[in-house]
Design a binder for this molecule. Structure first.
Ligand SMILES: NC(=O)c1ccc[n+]([C@@H]2O[C@H](COP(=O)([O-])OP(=O)(O)OC[C@H]3O[C@@H](n4cnc5c(N)ncnc54)[C@H](O)[C@@H]3O)[C@@H](O)[C@H]2O)c1
Length: 340
């Protein structure tokens, strides 16, 4: 049987999630090699390269893009750099896996999509929830007609508390651009063939009310109307004291599916205090399989040229909802997607 050489991948941005993805490529994927790491923080790139036995560590990502052996890149820099990095990677002929959000404006999103299309390279975006076992089975149940026509759809993200972030260092609207963007993609994906038409959002600082007057938001609720008549709700909070809580629900004319469980496993402790279970505390624990599977799929798309995961267009749709949320909060009104 012919054997295939593993796909050569480079990482751009060796921070928290980039380091996890690097480890996935180097240690959890058999079909890929991690050959280079770039990060403007020299120490970060070198330390990660040393740990994983990666031959090249650079501060300049263009050196990595200029390396002919690199076939694909994983972009895990801060969000504001994603679009430019993705365009440059595509123009260099590399397959692009871009963490969410792919871009912060629709113009940027269009530039990324056009660059990938022109260069004929795969472009996939990091909406890892689609690979979670329960969510994947949920979508399959919808496709099989088991729920009937979706009527009410729900998706929530509650990050594990206590909140330890810094409101001063958190870019404005992070709750929509970086947190709820996962839920927006999930809601659209769980409602196949429907388009979002109208968005209403409320956002507040309930965890850090002291930061509210600086424009910080840690809590939000969003309703989305779709053109098939269904109504969706997304909600987020940055400090769930009981753990990392990701759930989804689709209620339709034929039944209901629920997805996600904050409990780590089916282990239940019965003792003198009652009944208890441990909960997920980190995204990289909860979604270790989903994060790895999305990269396995991406590596497959570098070989086949066919992207099976969330595309640039999917990222654009989720971004458009985030932009509608921002407008809705600023203007305290329902926003039509036609305005975005
Ligand atoms: N899909 C998910 O579940 C998930 C989880 C966490 C983070 N993310 C996303 O991943 C991105 C990174 O998040 P993080 O928490 O790892 O951030 P981080 O701050 O921990 O890491 C960012 C890294 O990028 C580097 N960097 C800064 N400017 C750069 C540039 N111009 N080019 C290349 N690298 C640059 C920084 O030095 C740092 O090492 C964000 O967009 C975030 O929303 C996604």
């Amino acid at each position: 049987m012919p054997t295939q050489r593993p796909v050569n991948v480079a990482l751009i941005g060796a921070g928290r999630i980039g380091s996890f993805h690097a480890e996935s490529v180097a240690r959890r994927l058999v079909d890929a090699n991690l050959v280079a790491i770039a990060d403007p923080d020299e120490g970060a790139a070198q330390a990660l390269a040393r740990k994983l036995g990666v031959p090249t560590a650079a501060t300049d990502f263009s050196a990595v893009l200029g390396e002919p052996a690199v076939e694909a890149v994983i972009i895990a820099s801060p969000a504001r750099f994603h679009a430019n990095l993705a365009v440059q990677a595509a123009e260099a002929g590399k397959g692009v896996f871009c963490e969410k959000p792919m871009a912060l404006t629709l113009e940027e999103a269009d530039r990324v999509i056009a660059a990938a299309s022109k260069a004929q390279v795969p472009l996939q975006v990091g909406f890892n929830r689609r690979w979670d076992q329960a969510f994947a089975e949920g979508r399959a149940a919808i496709d099989a007609g088991k729920v009937g026509t979706p009527q009410l759809i729900r998706s929530l993200t509650r990050d594990p508390g206590p909140y330890g972030g810094s409101p001063q260092k958190t870019p404005r609207w992070t709750i929509f651009y970086e947190t709820l963007i996962h839920d927006f993609d999930t809601l659209v994906w769980l409602n196949p063939a429907a388009r979002p038409v109208e968005v209403t959002a409320i956002a507040d600082a309930l965890v850090r009310p002291d930061a509210k007057d600086k424009g910080f938001h840690d809590t939000a609720v969003v309703t989305i109307r779709f053109d098939n008549g269904s109504i969706a709700v997304a909600e987020a909070n940055f400090s769930a004291m009981y753990g990392y809580d990701i759930r989804g629900e689709v209620f339709g004319s034929g039944g209901m599916i629920t997805m996600g469980d904050v409990r780590r496993s089916s282990l239940t402790l019965f003792d003198r205090n009652g009944v208890s279970s441990d909960t997920w505390r980190r995204d990289t624990d909860h979604f270790v399989h989903g994060y790895t599977a999305q990269l396995a799929s991406f590596v497959g798309s570098v070989r086949s040229g066919v992207v099976k995961g969330p595309t640039g267009q999917d990222a654009r749709t989720a971004l458009a909802i985030a932009l509608a949320c921002i407008k809705s909060v600023e203007e305290r009104r329902t926003v039509s997607m036609n305005e975005i």
